[in-house]
Design a protein around this ligand. Structure first.
Ligand code: ADP
Ligand code: MG
Length: 562
């Protein structure tokens, strides 16, 4: 796992680890100075050596300050790079992921991935590897090894106590993994819940379900508290137990060296140094232990990031570039979102240039699914879609979608100025052209009422436009794009009568000289289409223009006269 995560950061990782190793060695060197003093300088009354040790101590300290700076700098850089890179990778993945996969994701999980998981993964190197091993383990072993020189028997006993402490902590660490996972899971549930609260604000208010929502939130928070509690309890138990076991180190050292001093086998100097330094390995050992915990968190977070990064992608660029769209043919299309649950059942249809096709039928009859297939949001199970006589899979998805302008019922306004919103794909068009489009859509006067005109900042929640006007922004966007195929999926469904009249003119404007697919509930919107398809349970049950279908006196006739 560790190798995989930090593969691309070898150089900077080596810098930070070498820095840690260097400072750790210096710490051990300081202890060695003390050992040299009591073992050599004092017994031989060598004042020169003591002065030399003092000067060396000062020099090493300067070096330590420099190395610490270098190492801190490398660590921060490494951490921030890894974090930013993984955020970018997830973002790119979200952009390229297949439609069906995207639909399975929840906003809260993505936030957790983007903000939390990337941070935990990035922390693993500097905290889990550098601090635990390059610093913790090295200093622990180094300082015990130097102290071993003073009195091997006492230090061997201490090492045994450390080993027991580690063994106990290891067992508890295993349990922590489960609790960490649980905590993370509930955390993303809370994020999802909060996201719903914002996006479903109006529905929640109108359904008057605040009390239920509150109850659910309290339950989630309680569960979160429980998992945090369990995790913390587990960590506390093992740290306390570990602390308790390690406290024997000091007691045993003082006891043994005290007895040794009385018996004359341990000098007072050695006694003082052992008492002073025997506890510092305790801190280093704790770093090693914390490394286990950090590793747990990283492992879970990395797993979650991989789950996203391993999702299948659309291959946007492979294939021929689709030039002009002359005709589209559907040949016996079968399509299902889930196995054996066909949503489209043998749809066949021919559409040529400048033709307007209307799709009508009950909710769930498959209209949206059909137009989504044109965009290649999903793969067809059987049959073919041909563009200009060629299987449309031969063309690159990028060049296909470039040819399509899709207007849905739901309007998305991005954070930015009106101008940026209309020319969102940043085409090379002048402001004057955008103004012309807005005039055609009756938007211009409204926009000019704002103090900053086209530079006014808007967003999805903006109240400056009515729903109909927001939809007009959408129309303007598509008109600027000037695609060859236009898809309108219930573009007028949520609009008031007045707005709908506005949009209806816009529909005529936007579908002029294009291949268009119009899904609409109000029959008046589609009366003048060249082809009207009546859909039922994933099949076309009637097809023709308004006059043909009226003459036939079938289902369409019934709908019109309903
Ligand atoms: N993204 C989706 N994932 C799974 N099933 C879907 C999805 N979209 C639509 N369906 C199912 O496909 C059927 C047709 O839906 P749809 O094409 O949206 O119909 P319409 O646009 O005519 O209302 C419905 O039964 C619906 O539940
Ligand atoms: Mg639909």
């Amino acid at each position: 796992m560790f190798k995989e995560i930090f593969q691309g950061y070898k150089k900077i990782a080596i810098h930070s680890t070498l820095g840690r190793i260097a400072t750790s060695i210096m710490v051990v060197v300081f202890i060695s100075f003390m050992v040299i003093m009591v073992e050599f300088a004092i017994p031989s009354k060598d004042i020169d050596l003591i002065i030399k040790l003092g000067i060396l101590y000062l020099l090493v300290n300067i070096l330590r300050a420099i190395v610490t700076f270098w190492e801190d700098f490398s660590e921060v850089k490494l951490e921030k790079n890894v974090e930013a890179d993984y955020r970018e990778k997830i973002f790119v993945k979200l952009q390229n992921m297949k439609q069906f996969e995207i639909e399975q994701l929840k906003a809260g999980d993505i936030l957790e991935n983007m903000l939390n998981d990337t941070k935990e993964v990035a922390r693993y190197y500097t905290w889990g590897i550098d601090r635990s091993y390059a610093a913790g383990l090295l200093r622990l072993i180094g300082s015990l090894a130097v102290l071993l020189y003073l009195n091997s028997f006492i230090i061997m006993v201490t090492m045994l106590i450390y080993a027991i402490g580690f063994f106990v902590a290891f067992g508890f660490n295993h349990k922590s993994l489960k609790f960490t996972e649980q905590k993370r899971k509930i955390n993303s549930q809370i994020l999802n819940f909060s996201n719903e609260q914002v996006s479903g604000f109006e529905t929640i208010k109108s359904l008057q379900v605040q009390a239920q929502r509150m109850k659910k939130l309290k339950e989630l928070l309680k569960e979160y508290e429980k998992s945090v509690h369990q995790l913390e309890k587990n960590i506390r138990i093992y740290t306390c137990l570990y602390d308790y076991i390690i406290s024997f180190v000091l007691v045993v050292t003082i006891l043994l060296s005290g007895i040794g001093a009385i018996k004359g086998v341990v000098s007072y100097g050695v006694l003082v140094i052992l008492a002073r330094y025997i506890s510092s390995p305790k801190t280093y050992a704790k770093w090693v232990l914390e490394g286990f915990q950090i590793r747990n968190v990283c492992r879970i977070s990395y797993q979650k990031i991989l789950e996203i990064l391993e999702k299948p992608e659309e291959n946007m660029e492979t294939g021929e570039t689709l030039q002009k769209v002359e005709k589209i043919e559907f040949q016996k299309i079968q399509f299902a979102y889930y196995e054996n649950q066909n949503v489209l059942n043998g749809i066949s249809l021919n559409v040529s240039q400048n033709e307007k096709v209307a799709l009508i039928g009950r909710t769930g009859s498959g209209k949206t699914s059909l137009v989504n297939l044109i965009c290649r949001f999903y793969d067809i199970n059987d049959g073919q879609i041909l563009i200009n006589g060629q299987d449309y899979k031969k063309y690159s998805i990028h060049s296909l979608r470039e040819k399509i302008g899709y207007i849905m019922q739901k309007v998305v306004i991005f954070d930015g100025t009106i101008l940026e919103n209309i020319n969102y794909s940043n085409k090379d068009v002048s402001k004057q052209e955008i103004i012309e489009v807005c005039k055609k859509l009756n938007l211009h006067d409204k926009i000019m009422q704002f103090e900053n005109g086209y530079e006014t900042i808007i967003n999805n929640e903006t109240d400056r436009f009515s729903n109909g006007e927001k939809q007009m922004i959408n129309f303007a966007r598509v008109m600027i794009e000037n695609p060859e195929i236009i898809i309108l999926d219930e573009a007028t469904a949520s609009l008031s009568y007045k707005s709908e009249m506005l949009v209806r003119n816009a529909i005529d404007e936007i579908t002029k000289n294009k291949i268009s697919f119009i899904i609409a509930h109000r029959l008046s919107t589609i009366k003048n289409c060249d082809k009207i398809l009546l859909m039922q349970n994933g099949k076309i049950i009637e097809e023709g223009n308004h006059e043909d279908l009226m003459k036939k006196q079938g289902e369409y006739y019934k709908l019109v006269n309903a």
